[in-house]
Ligand binder design. Structure first.
Ligand code: 4NP
Length: 150
């Protein structure tokens, strides 16, 4: 799960995906998140993301920010990015066609082929974080349910 800062969207995506893995009893799955920028390496998730996750019964407070690196292509089978700018930055580090194919916009799981972005809630107010939670919840549900059928 990759976003820009690894403090708002992708930590939430990681927490939700870990919950779905439990719900669907997916044992051979390892979930992590990262940011394409290094601004928040070592930081806790944004307090608003921690709160929204908590409201939905998920604890993401132990996560710490890290920067996406090309080694992640060796570790992970799938790399879900939040927006088109993350997509551009991650693909710039891909070294092969196989690595390219690992990367997708997470909202393509629920809106196939539409290439929509998860809006960055960092500078916004209101219910931005709840909206992001709902989008990520629906996408992770889809990922987990399809994995459970494999
Ligand atoms: P995220 O949100 O990419 O969802 O973690 C952001 C967090 C921090 C910044 C930008 C976006 N920032 O500029 O510090």
């Amino acid at each position: 799960m990759v976003c820009l800062g690894n403090i708002c969207r992708s930590p939430l995506a990681q927490g939700i995906m870990e919950e779905k893995a439990k719900k669907y009893n997916l044992k051979d799955i390892y979930v992590d998140s990262a940011g394409t920028a290094d601004y928040h390496v070592g930081s806790k998730p944004d307090s608003r993301s921690i709160e929204i996750a908590k409201k939905h019964g998920i604890d993401i407070s132990k996560q710490r920010g890290r920067e996406f690196s090309e080694v992640d292509f060796d570790i992970f089978d799938k790399i879900y990015v939040m927006d088109s700018s993350n997509l551009y930055d991650v693909l710039a580090l891909a070294k092969s066609e196989d690595e390219h194919k690992k990367v997708d916009l997470i909202l393509n799981k629920i809106y196939p082929g539409e290439n929509k972005s998860v809006p960055d809630p960092y500078y916004g107010g209101g219910d931005g974080f709840e909206k992001v939670y709902q989008m990520l919840n629906a996408s992770c549900e889809k990922i987990a349910s399809s994995l459970s059928k494999k």
